[in-house]
Design a binder for this molecule. Sequence first.
Ligand code: AMP
Ligand code: GLY
Length: 428
Amino acid sequence: MLVLGSGGREDALAWKLRQSPLADHLYLAPGNGTERNGIEKLDIKLSDFNAICSAIQEKDIDVVVIGPEQPLVDGLVDFLKQKKELEGLHIIGPSAKGAMLEGSKDFAKEFMQKYGIPTAKYLTVTSENIAQGEAFLASLSAPYVLKADGLAAGKGVLILSSLEEALKELREMLTGKFGNAGNKVVIEQYLSGIECSCFVLTDGKGYMLLPYAKDYKRIGDGDKGLNTGGMGAVSPVPFLSSELKKRIEEQVVCPTIEGLNREGLDYKGFVFIGLMICEGKDPYVIEYNCRMGDPETEVVMPRIGEDLLPHLIKLKDQTLSSGSLEEIAEYATTVVMTSGGYPEEYKTGYEIAGIESAENGDGVVVFHAGTKGADGKLLSSGGRVLACTGIAPTLQKALDKSYRATSLISFTDKYNRSDIGKDLIPWT
Ligand code: AMP
Ligand code: GLY
């Protein structure tokens, strides 16, 4: 098997898949500073599709799991599929067309509308229909939501408090503020509620639900400050009653899979559905992603109570049944340690110490995100450096484990939020 990617998500996927008795040899490319028994790293750039193809041949790989969105949106699956020498290769990840669920907000909204999937009212605007866009904005009430159509590294969504600002931003976006990603802008009705993430494994016909999770996107405590890739996550989500989960499955998951099937989209992989639960009971889709979430994977994988690999294998012949993966009854929490300054400018190359003592004891796994090995040392090499996952019977105990780990790990300018999961304690 080969897992492609270099973040905490891929470390967690490889960590879980390594536990399968069916995975006799596991490669991770390029990975990061992580070193785990039985996982061999390959030095390949994800943008170098030819190098990926050669490695698959050389290492006689049967199954490839593609972690991040960029190579999926860029057509890595289609590229590998048309290689005669890779015939029989099983790839976990959607085709470029399927990945448009994440790669184009306009495509995703049209898909949702066509299949009756609850989502915010919207209008897609290009330079051709700016006046219509302005009128649509004026018909909504504050706050205003503008989204660049294409991938914009998590920065393409603007939420603006006045109509004046929204009109100004709309013009700026359409004239290149986000490069090509903003050639089209989706204007959306603002939804208020509470967010959570739903993860689905699908072969385009059947689906398996993975554990739900909630992530914390802002840099500062109390959800203040700039958006980040994610500063922490919790699973399960204690406010999701079984009734609410049933509604999500019926109103969102089933029509999504049916849509993939009816559209004939080649989709064998994960769908990450960002949800807003409105009025405590109505699920709305905020966005689709064509991959697992990060850092959500760092709490979802530890909570899967069975071997994941047999389900991945079933995608090949589209024999996945529909249902839910077994979940362990415990809570998993993760607290992301970042380089000071992130998500703006930050320094890297600082030595990291204390991971071994942090992992000493039951129920703690430190996943690597922005780390690298150099001369026998472990150095920070990115904005998000580590994700400290704690697993315990209660949310509070899991958080205690995560936070104990963060306190035992040191590197210059380390930073983490101190309130991950706090808002959820009253629900437990
Ligand atoms: P997205 O990249 O589409 O997930 O948007 C990023 C974040 O913006 C989401 O996680 C929400 O917090 C917020 N957001 C996006 N769309 C809406 C909306 N229609 N109403 C309220 N908040 C939204
Ligand atoms: N944590 C959000 C994401 O992976 O997009």
